[in-house]
Design a protein around this ligand. Structure first.
Ligand SMILES: Nc1nc2c(c(=O)[nH]1)N=C([C@H](O)[C@H](O)COP(=O)(O)OP(=O)(O)OP(=O)(O)O)CN2
Ligand code: ZN
Length: 127
């Protein structure tokens, strides 16, 4: 079973590789939504996969690192596309959230988003 929790953040950014003169090359802001999805089996006694309160604490720390920031100044987000933010959040949460299955970063105002399910499995040594 999959469960999820979301948080919002408002942040500024620019895309350093955008062509000069493009609006994307200028600092501008968006409202972002992050969804963290966990895959697991509800505990026989607890009835939950992972307690939302525990997840909320971890997510609050990530939210604080992103909210009302210039994302380009956040370590690892020098090119802060939706895709890069999704990977950044995955890397931040992967050791702290058992069963982490998916990160979605969305800009709902323009119907855009990126969904990341973690790195592709590494090739078998025999290959
Ligand atoms: N594959 C991607 N393409 C683009 C991304 C991205 O993250 N991944 N990001 C951008 C820029 O951030 C750009 O600002 C998005 O612009 P646009 O789609 O025009 O949306 P708005 O600026 O209109 O968003 P509002 O929040 O509605 O103002 C470009 N491409
Ligand atoms: Zn933008």
């Amino acid at each position: 079973m999959r469960i999820y929790k979301e948080f919002q953040f408002e942040a500024a950014h620019f895309l350093p590789t955008a062509p000069a003169g493009s609006p994307n090359a200028r600092v501008h802001g968006h409202s972002f939504r992050a969804r963290v999805t966990i895959d697991g089996v509800p505990g026989a006694d607890t009835g939950y996969v992972f307690h939302f309160d525990e997840l909320a604490q971890t997510m609050a720390e990530a939210q604080d690192a992103l909210d009302h920031r210039l994302l380009n100044e956040v370590e690892g987000l020098e090119a802060p596309t939706l895709e890069r933010i999704a990977i950044w959040l995955w890397n931040r949460l992967q050791n702290r959230v058992p069963g982490l299955a998916e990160i979605e970063i969305a800009r709902d105002s323009c119907g855009e988003g990126a969904v990341y399910n973690g790195p592709a499995p590494s090739r078998l040594a025999a290959e």
